[in-house]
Design a protein around this ligand. Sequence first.
Ligand code: AQP
Length: 331
Amino acid sequence: MKKTLLSGSTVTGDLTIGNYIGAINNWKKLQDDYNCFYMVADLHGLTVYQDPKAFKERSLSFFAQYIALGLDPDKNTIFLQSHIHEHAELTWILSCLTPMGYLNRMTQFKDKSAKNEKNINAGLYTYPVLMASDILLYQVDLVPVGEDQKQHLELCRDIVSFFQNRYGETFKLPEPYIAKMGARIMSLQDPTKKMSKSDDNPNSFISIIDPPKTIIKKVKSAVTDSGTEVKYDEEKAGISNLLTMYSVLSGKTISEIENDYVGKMYGHLKIDLADLVVETLKPVQEKYADLMKNKDHLHQLMKQGSEKARVVASKTLDTVYDKVGLYPEHF
Ligand code: AQP
C-alpha cells in the first residue's frame, strides 16, 4: 500500500520559479511512489483581499500550471480546495476543539498580520485549522513541509489528539515529509527574503508564465553585491541565490558552476541563467498555453480530481459528524 501525501499552493499572485524549485518539482518526483493529493488552495487565498474575477481566473490558471509543470492528473488527485465542501465543514468542527491559546502562538499569523495591517481577519487567524482539515480529511500519512509550515503541522497533530481524547481514534497522525533537496529561492530584489508570489514588486520574482523577455529583464536586474567573482558565499546572498537557481535547473553542482565561471563576471552568469530559466520554462509554457486553449478539457480534469478527492473526504466527514453527535439527514 502506497502512503498518502498532500500538498498545495495558496492562490495568491502567480506561481513562481521558487514554488517550482522548492515544491512542485519535488511533488513530481513523488507521484509514482505515493498516493498524492495536490490541491489548489483557493480557500486559503481568501485570507487576503482578492479581486473576484481575477481570483477565479487565477485558480484555473494554477490548476493548468500544476499539470503543465508535470503533475499527472491520472496518477495524482489534483483538485480545487473549494470544490470539496468538506474542507470548510471539518474546519468548523475542528475550530470548536482548538484552544485560542494554541492559535495565539502561531508565528505565521503574527508575520502575516504585520504585513496585512489593514486586513487582519479571523480567517488569517484560523488558517492553521483549515490546513489541519485539508490534511485530516484525506487520512494523510505525510505532509511535505518547509520551515514556515512546521508549527502548523504540529498544531494539526495536537488537534488529532484533542479529537481522539474526546471522540476516539478517527484521524491518521500525519508526519512531516522532509524533501531531500527543496532549495529555498530568494527574492531577486532583496535576496535576504524568500521569493514570494504575492510580493508587491514583480521584479522580485520570476513567474512560471512570465514571457521570455520579462524573465531576461528580471534576472539581469537581480540585486547582487558590488563584487565580480562568481562564488557561493553566505555573506553574498544575491549571487549565491543565482548560483542555487542555476545549480537546480542545470543539474550541475555549485562548484562545477564556479569553475565554469572563473575569470568571468556576474553579468555572464546572469545572461546564462536567464537563458536557462527561459529554456526550462519553454515546454511548460507551451503545454500551459495548450491547456488554457481547451477549457472544457481542463474542467473535465478538474471534475476528475474533485470526484476522486470527494470519495475520501466525504467518508471522513461522515465519520466525524457521527462521532461528534450530529443528527443524520439520511437513514
Ligand atoms: N521562494 C521559494 N523557495 C522555495 N520554495 C518555495 N515555496 C514557496 N516559495 C518558495 C514552496 O511552495 C509551496 C507552496 O507554497 P505557497 O504558495 O502555498 O505558500 P508560501 O510558502 O507562503 O509561498 P509564497 O509564494 O511566499 O506565498 P504568499 O506570497 O502567498 O505568501 C510550499 O511548499 C513552499 O515552501
